[in-house]
Design a binder for this molecule. Sequence first.
Ligand SMILES: [Zn+2]
Length: 288
Amino acid sequence: MPELPEVETIARALRPQLIGKRIVEADVRWARTVAAPSARKFKEQIQGQKIVEVSRRAKFLNIQLTPIRDPQGKAYNLLIHLRMSGDLLIKRGKIKPEKHDRLILTLAPLRLPQNSKNLGGEKKEYLIFNDTRKFGRVWLTDDLEKVLGRLGPEPLSGDFTSGWLYNSLRSRHRQLKPLLLDQTFLAGLGNIYTDEALHTAKLHPRALSDSVTTGQAERLHHAIQTILQEGIRRNGASIDWVYRGGDFQNHFRVYGRDGEPCPVCGTTIQKIIVGQRGTHICPNCQKG
Ligand SMILES: [Zn+2]
């Protein structure tokens, strides 16, 4: 499942291809892909909007829109959560929908060439949301808070400081790994980057959050930011999902490396279960 670095990579790749494009129409091919509003309203409201920005909040892609014809009209955000198997593709020319295409947005340049009466097939572009397992969702909303309001801070933003992390860990009584995976606590981390950050910080995933010292919180804060930045620098990890571009999977410290030596001390990496999630640790480095 894509985590913060993978979604950030996708946003960066889509941005130059989507900004300035007009949404001609939406083909909702599986209604439940649209979490809100109804598929019918979704099609009505998204038509004729222009894409002005592509960004990310937590594991959500945020495609910001603005109405073209009616300056007083509502500006919407198209939020996309890829979940387990969601994939976004841009195709050009004539297309034939694939079996697992759940949503197809027809795009066009904002200004048509002067001599074109209508939009010829070769001018069309499509943003396609393909999702084999159907867990992915999209929202069209003019109120971001409704969808994103409960999320914790962005780990690469100024809101995420080691002081904030220390106080927030101390005010809860939970095991570190499930707490870090909780998107209302901190946004964007999933199984891979949590295991990597805890190993980097030399903290055990089952350690209780209210037992963490200031020094350990500082280490964890630094580890989370370092690991996420490295993930983004390597275009994310391409593992057990459709995203293909990344290289971070070749640089994992512990994730998926059970039975192999710890890169720090050589002890054999173990796979354990913490909060129902497969978790990779070095039993020697992560005693705290
Ligand atoms: Zn070790």
